[in-house]
Design a protein around this ligand. Structure first.
Ligand code: MCN
Length: 789
């Protein structure tokens, strides 16, 4: 990897400031337009008929009663909705067979999980559609069910897809060094079975779409993270030429990975709109969300970590049994592979190996949920580092320090062959400990123990891969999302000097309208209030890849920055021409394109734009206008990192865990907007505390979903989390000119092991040495009882 770009001149210093979010005035005054706010003349509403069975043959579907009901315009089944291709799965790793059963938007002959859509009713109003859906009579012939991925791998297990002859989707391995040899020769080997259970993305706004097909054109609003990709998929499936499909992601109320997907319901609504020649709206209910929007995690990790008694880690091996659910959605089988890429974490471990077995079960599919494979890796690694430290009787922080990749080693290639861009792991931990008085905590812990309270502290030092791109690395790994992994931007300066930015990123809570405006404002010498950022509309900007994998700033923001630099360069040439100076002597400072050393010679962007759009005085070899485009494909990923500490109080009588303090240091390179970063870190930590203590998608043995509402699926609220004490170090990435890395998933990736390690730290005096998530009162209490007996 080589990066030669020089950082562009920063003009007015908006970058680095905690500007309030430009998007908030409309959001907090209820003026945002979400999918459900879109009302079109002649609108009809979709309600899906879903399987109550986890696995069954469909023996008949009787739609006659439903069709008779007032207001019902159509009832469609799998026979009626026949797209040109099944729903997409885009991971085809070279040399690995990934068994991918056909996945149609409406089940054709069998249902494979509770909630599998079987038919759709389209009616004039939502309630008529729901009532009619209840009148569609489907006869099911139940088949044997398997929900436990380990049982699914046993001989004689019920098969989710009979035609495959196995429940194994695929095996995939990634390694470096010789793990078995290192483990065989090690002084110490610690082993654990770590369950990283199934969770939901659970954004506040569930999924929804409005399809409006008219005269060969489809306009499609959808709550998505990937509007351009949804357009490509819909165009292909419906055999409509791509330019005739416009996909708009309006205001999107959170996604957390669950909207990095192309769902069958989207296609069904578009199809129905074409059949009926009317707009069709679908908004899922919360219970539908829990059952049929893809889940995350669900790995059983058999981990061995080997080392010497002086604390050097010599090898780590993870056998990952990944429960993929019933079908492959967009990236389902790839997610556990991502675990393998980051298994070394912050450490110099010479022997590293991940062996993944992907397994079908009669459950909803898993796919990317915030972190997507990386939280699982960090969780197992950081928990195992503590287990290893306990085994050899060493301070877990000393073990970490001993094994950190030193900052002088960057760019650093790790055993699995990837090259980390930059890092200072010891620096982040040092900063954390400055903010956290560990000695003071240990004294308090001791004192409180005398009072019958169990306090514990857990640490997690993490590293993650994000900035998803670069195509030339991701492509060969087999991820074939239409169009590669670059990002696009257009920066358009209007004749008045105000600016519109079009980005291929598709924010759904991250605040790109603010951060991207700050980047452009500095490069063009204007106020961020003069910069409007347009996103999520395939009809306005060039093709773009969307928002996921904490890629938007490092890839999308960088493409915006580069485009603004191109615009500034043209502006400089115009100014140089008009003010008779050399272009190299023009700098953006004080809100002007200024001739260096001549304070009275300068032009505002509005004056430059005026000249560019009224080109009579422009250089003859220059095109009129002031607008540029960039397609940016980076040379490497970016690798953020940090150090987190969690303090818990455990009530040993009830098993209740309370997070009483949370201190963290994150490093995502130079901050564009520290407040946006804090917001991301807060949300990310809550997400992981949720998994560690409360949230779990739970199916019973018959494949019935037990946690289908927020009554059973326990999302933490503000009352369950402390005030977060955040801080940052800033280690620039050499990969992009902004020096930035991602932060959108950092909290989620870092926090769950910190919480688990804290609970174990609290309960060690009672003999507890390990506990799985979610650490519900029942589980914690049970573990204490077991340890006591
Ligand atoms: N940022 C910054 N300076 C930096 C790094 C980041 O100011 N040095 C800012 C960025 O400008 C951006 C935010 O931090 O406003 C996050 O940027 P980035 O890390 O590039 O992540 P993305 O914008 O690509 O967001 C994706 C990430 C993912 S993968 C999930 S999942 C997620 C998340 O963001 N889902 C979210 N954050 C979420 N936040 C909300 N509110 N809702 C979701 O669904």
């Amino acid at each position: 990897m080589s990066v030669t770009d020089k950082a562009p001149t920063v003009g007015n210093g908006h970058v680095g400031r905690s500007l309030k979010r430009k998007e908030d005035p409309r959001l907090i005054t209820g003026k945002g337009t979400y999918v459900d706010d879109i009302v079109l003349p002649g609108m009809t509403y979709a309600a899906f008929v879903r399987s109550p069975e986890a696995h069954a043959k469909i023996t008949s579907i009787d739609t006659s009663a439903a069709k008779e009901l007032p207001g019902v315009r159509a009832v469609l089944t799998g026979e009626d909705v026949q797209p040109a291709a099944p729903l997409p799965m885009v991971w085809v790793p070279p040399g690995v067979e990934v068994r991918t059963p056909e996945h149609w938007p409406l089940a054709r002959s069998e249902v494979k999980h509770v909630g599998d859509p079987v038919a759709v009713v389209i009616a004039d109003d939502k309630y008529a559609a729901i009532d009619a859906a209840e009148q569609v009579i489907v006869d099911y012939d139940p088949l044997p069910v398997v929900t436990d991925p380990e049982k699914a791998l046993e001989d004689g297990s019920p098969l989710v897809h009979e035609s495959l002859g196995t429940n194994e989707s695929h095996q995939w391995a990634l390694g470096g060094g010789d793990v078995e040899k290192a483990i065989g020769e090690a002084e110490v080997v610690v082993e654990r079975r770590i369950v990283n259970h199934r969770t939901s993305g659970a954004p506040i706004e569930p999924r929804g779409c409005v399809a409006d097909y008219r005269v060969d054109h489809l306009t499609f609003w959808t709550a998505t993270q990937i509007p351009h990709l949804v357009r490509s998929f819909l165009a292909g499936e419906m055999e409509i030429s791509e330019e005739k499909v416009r996909v708009i992601a309006p205001e999107v109320g959170g996604g957390f990975g669950a909207k990095l997907q192309h769902y069958g319901e989207e296609l069904v609504c578009a199809w129905a709109s074409r059949v009926l020649d009317r707009p069709v709206k679908y908004i899922e209910t919360r219970s539908e969300h829990m059952a049929t929007t893809h889940h995350g995690r669900d790995q059983i990790d058999y981990v061995r970590l080997a080392g010497t008694r002086d604390g050097t880690i010599t090898a780590i091996h993870a056998k990952v049994i990944a429960d993929l659910g019933a079908y492959h959605h967009l990236l389902t089988p790839f997610i556990p592979a991502f675990t393998g890429f980051v298994l070394s974490g912050c450490y110099k471990i010479p022997n590293v190996q991940t062996d993944v077995i992907g397994v079908f079960t009669n459950k909803m599919s898993t796919d990317a949920i915030r972190g997507a494979g990386r939280p699982e890796a960090t969780h197992l690694l950081e928990v195992m580092v503590d287990q290893f430290a306990a085994e050899i009787g060493m301070d877990p922080l000393e073990v970490r320090r001993k094994n950190f990749i030193p900052k002088e080693d960057f760019p650093a290639e790790v055993a699995v062959g990837i090259v980390y861009d930059s890092g200072d792991y010891a620096g982040a931990l040092d900063r954390l400990l400055q903010n956290f008085d560990l000695d003071g905590f240990r004294r308090e812990q001791e004192a409180k123990r005398g009072e019958g309270k169990y306090l514990g502290v857990g640490f997690s030092t993490y590293m993650e891969i994000c900035g998803l791109a670069p195509s030339r690395v991701v492509g060969p790994s087999g991820v074939g999302i239409q169009g590669g992994f670059w990002e696009s931007a257009v920066v358009r300066v209007h004749p008045s000097g105000s600016v519109t930015v079009f980005t291929g990123a598709s924010p759904h809570g991250q605040g790109h309208e603010t951060g991207f405006a700050q980047i452009v404002a500095d490069r063009l010498g204007v106020d961020p209030g003069q910069v409007e950022v347009i996103h999520g509309d395939t009809g306005t900007g060039p093709y773009g890849m969307g928002t996921y994998g904490s890629r938007s700033l490092a890839v999308g923001g960088e493409s915006v920055a580069r485009t603004a630099v191109k615009v500034a360069d043209k502006a400089k040439r115009i100014v140089a021409h008009l003010l008779e100076a050399a272009p190299e002597d023009i700098e953006v400072t004080g809100g002007k394109f200024q001739v260096r050393g001549s304070p009275d010679k300068g032009m505002t962007l509005a004056e430059v734009a005026g000249a560019a759009y009224v080109p009579d005085a422009m250089p003859t070899d220059m095109e009129p206008g002031l607008e540029e485009t960039t397609f940016y494909d980076p040379e490497n990923f970016v690798y953020p990192f940090g150090a987190h500490a969690c303090v818990v109080a455990v009530d040993a009588e009830t098993g209740k865990v309370e997070v009483v303090r949370y201190v963290c240091v994150d490093d995502c390179g130079p901050a564009i907007n520290p407040m946006l970063i804090d917001g991301q870190v807060h949300g990310g930590i809550v997400h992981a505390i949720g998994q560690a203590l409360y949230e779990q998608i739970h199916y019973d043995e018959q494949g019935q979903l037990v946690t289908s509402t927020f009554v059973d699926y326990a999302l933490p609220t503000a009352a369950e989390v402390p005030t977060f004490e955040t801080d940052r170090t800033e280690t620039p990435s050499p990969v992009n000119t902004l020096g930035v890395k991602g932060v959108g998933e950092a909290g989620t990736i870092a926090a769950s092991p910190a919480v688990v390690n804290a609970v174990i730290d609290a309960l060690r005096p009672l003999g507890v040495s390990y506990i799985d998530m979610p650490m519900t009162p029942m589980r914690v209490w049970g573990t204490i009882q077991e340890a006591r007996s």
